[in-house]
Design a protein around this ligand. Structure first.
Ligand SMILES: [Zn+2]
Length: 185
């Protein structure tokens, strides 16, 4: 990752949380946040005019093949999230896609569908790391982790509070070094 990016991402996450009206300690509702940003969030079932067989293919037949995709048409941007995944994973997927938009990442591929809808996918690996990092920052900011871990919350409780997976909570707690700072380790 670019030098200084991690710190910059924490700041950016807090700035966006604050404009949305939540602190670093609060849970962020991804859908509400994204709608507030003017973005559309759809599950495959919610895509207008989407064929039922396609919905079934995406959510039932092959639910592990994808987690989220961003589409653009006219001036509108929509994030499509895989509703077959747990909501905690959906939260991460949504904020990951948002991070690509926020950071103005250029996909290595942009396919146009028959209807002329632009599908943004396949970002370079370096850029995926940035999106993962920023998504983690906005869902569970370092400052918020410091607060909750400082009050004695363990990672499953932190995960439940922020509405994220335990895996993501562990990753964030580990990467941000909050336990070290608190003198727990
Ligand atoms: Zn990505």
């Amino acid at each position: 990752m670019r030098r200084g990016f991690k710190t910059q991402a924490e700041k950016l996450a807090l700035k966006h949380r604050s404009s949305f009206g939540v602190t670093a300690q609060d849970r962020l509702d991804p859908r509400q946040f994204l709608n507030d940003m003017g973005l559309i969030v759809w599950t495959p079932e919610e895509i207008p005019g989407m064929d039922e067989s396609h919905v079934r293919q995406l959510t039932k037949a092959d639910p592990d093949s994808w987690s989220g995709v961003t589409v653009r048409e006219g001036g509108k941007t929509a994030i499509i999230v895989n509703s077959a995944h747990p909501v905690t994973r959906q939260a991460n997927t949504l904020m990951h896609e948002w991070a690509h938009i926020e950071l103005r990442h250029k996909p290595s591929r942009a396919d146009r569908s028959v209807g002329g809808i632009l599908l943004l996918s396949d970002y370079p690996a370096e850029i995926e790391d940035e999106a993962d990092w920023l998504a983690g920052c906005i869902l569970a900011p370092r400052e918020g982790l410091l607060y909750h871990c400082g009050r004695g919350l363990a990672s499953p409780e932190v995960a439940a509070h922020f509405g994220i997976s335990e895996q993501l909570a562990n990753w964030r707690i580990g990467k941000t070094g909050v336990l070290r700072q608190l003198g727990f380790r």
